[in-house]
Design a protein around this ligand. Structure first.
Ligand code: ZN
Length: 377
């Protein structure tokens, strides 16, 4: 049992809520480096207060934090706690910004994923207070651009994750609080079609309609899906033409592809790159590719989940697991072959929505889960 398993839930709950309130009140949309730096300062101070050695990594998006804690066996490969401090919510989207009511803590980022960060910090604090320590060294990496696609942090994540024993990602769980042991990967493509402009009334035969060509391509892309294999293709945005009396010279589309295996992402990628014009006189160009690889189930990944499940079971609750349609930074570390347990943040709902919240009753057991994981992994 954890060193502080006997502590009353209410005390843990209040301490975690205080941390969460501070993090949520420092609103931090991905597009706001000034606010992200302010939150990074707060997080760095908290981590330093917990005995961590904290480095900040500057980027145009804001500051990423890399904090290191010692373990009782300093020669072991570390555990990486991987989180992001940015949210999708514009400043002022919630009024009040943080609210506790009906067993819920609501506000921007409560569920995705400041609730997970608050529990993580509290877990480290409790271990310290109890005179215990993580078994392995711990690296806490908190990035500031996950919701924007991790453009400035991906390399850092992969550098830090190289050589760690396992990665824990306190992202929002699946409904019912289930961990995410598998995630779909994402590819993003841009399709550009070039036709030939002409007057739609005076000389329509001299034009080649780029939008009609794009329509052929949209249908071809739609047919690449394989729902039974978990592969979807979605043409999400299209554009083209100038005014209605001109045969359009250009048209374009943005495409989202999701898949559960590298084999499927490869199949779709080859098909996308093989797209050829249907109408004579048009050209089709395809750009893009894999944005985040799929998180596939591995033996080591299952073992990691089983450790967490057993801790929860010993405390009398069920930690389920399942497949998530969305990707996270955990997809990068899983893609490197590092055992990654994702979606172990506190239960709640409304990620990216106006009703975003976490369930307060779930906070204490998550804190205990993380601290116990750090003690035994
Ligand atoms: Zn997230």
């Amino acid at each position: 049992m954890s060193v502080f398993a006997s502590l009353p839930d209410q005390e843990l709950e209040e301490a975690t809520l205080r941390r969460l309130r501070r993090l949520v009140e420092l609103e931090s949309p991905s597009s706001d480096p000034v606010r992200l730096r302010a939150l990074a300062g707060e997080l760095a101070a908290s981590l330093a207060g917990l005995g961590a050695e904290v480095d900040t990594v500057e980027s145009e998006a804001g500051e990423h934090l890399v904090a290191r804690l010692t373990g009782s066996d300093p020669l072991l490969e570390p555990i990486l706690l991987l989180a992001h401090m940015d949210t999708v919510h514009a400043v002022g989207s919630f009024d009040p910004v943080f609210q506790v009511a009906d067993g819920r803590a609501s506000g921007p980022g409560t569920f995705d994923m400041k609730g997970g960060i608050a529990c993580m910090l509290e877990a480290i604090a409790r271990l310290r207070q109890a005179g215990s320590q993580p078994r392995r060294p711990v690296v806490v990496l908190i990035t500031c651009d996950e919701e924007a696609g991790s453009g400035t942090s991906r390399q850092l994540i992969e550098d830090v994750a190289g050589g760690v024993h396992a990665v824990l990602v306190p992202e929002p769980p699946l409904p019912g609080g289930q961990a995410k042991t598998r995630r779909k990967g994402v590819s993003i493509y841009q399709i550009e079609v070039e036709g030939r402009a002409s007057h739609a009334g005076l000389a329509p035969e001299k034009g080649v309609n780029a939008i009609v060509e794009l329509a052929h391509q949209v249908l071809a892309i739609t047919a690449m899906a394989d729902p039974a294999a978990g592969t979807t293709t979605s043409v999400g945005v299209v554009g083209g033409g100038t005014i209605s009396n001109v045969v359009p010279e250009r048209a374009w589309a943005h495409v989202d592809v999701r898949f559960t295996s590298a084999a499927e992402s490869g199949r779709v990628d080859r098909a996308m790159r093989s797209l050829r014009p249907v109408l004579q006189g048009t050209a089709v160009a395809v750009e893009g590719g894999v944005n985040r690889p799929p998180m596939e189930l591995t033996v080591a990944g299952v073992d990691l989940y089983e450790e967490a499940r057993a801790i929860a079971a010993a405390e009398g609750w069920e930690l389920g697991q399942g497949l998530a349609g969305g990707a996270s930074d955990g997809s990068f570390t899983a893609g490197m072959g590092v055992p990654t347990l994702d979606g172990i943040g506190p239960d709640g709902a409304g990620a990216h929505a106006a009703h975003e919240h976490v369930l307060i009753a779930d906070l204490p057991r998550r804190v205990r889960l993380y601290s116990r994981l750090l003690e035994i992994l």
